[in-house]
Design a protein around this ligand. Structure first.
Ligand code: PEP
Ligand code: MG
Length: 328
């Protein structure tokens, strides 16, 4: 089967009824970029920039950041790369950053992390913004902010990037041809004010790892909870449908970049919700392409609509039965 999946490298992820799905990979280190050629993915839908910070003994200097981003863009060639600004803090604490100035955090996942920390420690974010803008000279730069909870956080982060852009431009540096700004939706509260944020976004990416832990109030790393709540629960699927319908109506492309999209049955459900951009772990690209090529998108969208209206039996069972009956 591994060999069979590898052969799908040059085969496009098109459903049986002819819908082209965008399948990208998640990455975080320089070497991860080789996954693009190995899998034939459409790009990097989530580049976790905090990895460089986590593997480093000291704060990576702007020049080291710039070099990494440049290498990644060069290796990706024409394929898009979405750089997520640092998601540090919480359980990804850095020894060289003073996280504990107000004492230990009781709930680090819901604590001072990601964009919250980056906006407070804006020196960190300014250096990263400059490194990204310089690295993307002459190209498109896609920037995505993690853990956006309210639209003003996105505004502030974008303004910080624009100020760095203006600073570099005033010094005659070569600029990116375009900067596209996106947000991650992983804090449920953002869904309630999404109408305010969508007009400002070039793209939206749903982080289902954090989103599901916050929706169910269930620690994503807790072994006793790992099997308790299902990604295929009506609560999650209805939530995702509402968000993706709203984004699409506003003309904003929406992707899922959590682990959910890398599992065939879950990805089938996402296609059924109308989500057709996935960013997944590289090892999942082959299996997901194989699933997509056997799937009738129109049929799964109709089936999902019905299943979500009256979700009586566990949806995992219903979807498994449906997929078997369809020969997916
Ligand atoms: C997520 O939360 O779904 C996500 C993609 O980000 P991370 O797993 O890095 O928190
Ligand atoms: Mg996350």
């Amino acid at each position: 089967r591994r060999a069979a999946f590898a052969q799908l490298k040059n085969v496009a992820p098109v459903t049986k009824d002819g819908h082209r799905v965008t399948v990208m990979v998640n990455a975080g280190l320089r070497d991860d970029v080789s996954a693009l050629d190995l899998t034939g993915a459409d790009g990097i839908g989530l580049f976790r920039t905090e990895f460089q910070f986590l593997v480093s003994a000291t704060l990576p200097q702007r020049e080291a950041q710039r070099r990494l981003y440049r290498d990644v863009l060069e290796a990706a060639g024409d394929r898009p790369v979405v750089f997520r600004t640092v998601d540090i803090g919480g359980d990804k604490a850095l020894p060289y950053l003073n996280h504990d100035e107000d004492g230990e955090e009781e709930n680090p996942a819901m604590g001072w992390r990601a964009l919250r920390l980056a906006l407070d420690r804006d020196g960190l974010m300014k250096a990263q913004a400059r490194a990204l803008i310089e690295a993307a000279a002459g190209r498109t730069l896609n920037v995505m902010f993690p853990m956006v909870s309210e639209p003003w956080e996105f505004d502030q982060a974008r303004a910080l990037f624009e100020a760095q852009h203006a600073w570099l431009a005033a010094r005659g540096r070569k600029m990116p041809s375009e900067i596209r700004y996106g947000a991650m939706l992983e804090v449920p509260a953002l869904a309630e004010v999404l109408d305010l944020l969508l007009p400002k976004l070039q793209f939206l990416s749903i982080g289902t790892n954090d989103l599901t832990q916050f929706l169910f109030a269930a620690d994503r790393a807790h072994p006793k909870l790992a099997l308790r709540y299902d990604w295929l629960s009506p609560a999650i699927l209805r939530f995702l449908k509402r968000v993706s319908d709203q984004a699409r109506a506003a003309g904003v492309p929406v992707a899922v970049c959590g682990e959910m999209g890398g599992r065939p049955l879950e990805a089938l459900a996402l296609i059924g919700l109308g989500i057709d951009r996935l960013s997944i772990t590289p090892a999942a690209v082959g299996p997901i392409k194989a699933m997509l090529r056997g799937l009738d998108r129109g049929a799964v969208m109709a089936a999902m609509e019905e299943m979500l209206r009256h979700p009586e039996a566990p949806l995992r069972d219903v979807l498994t039965g449906w997929a078997e009956a369809q020969g997916v």
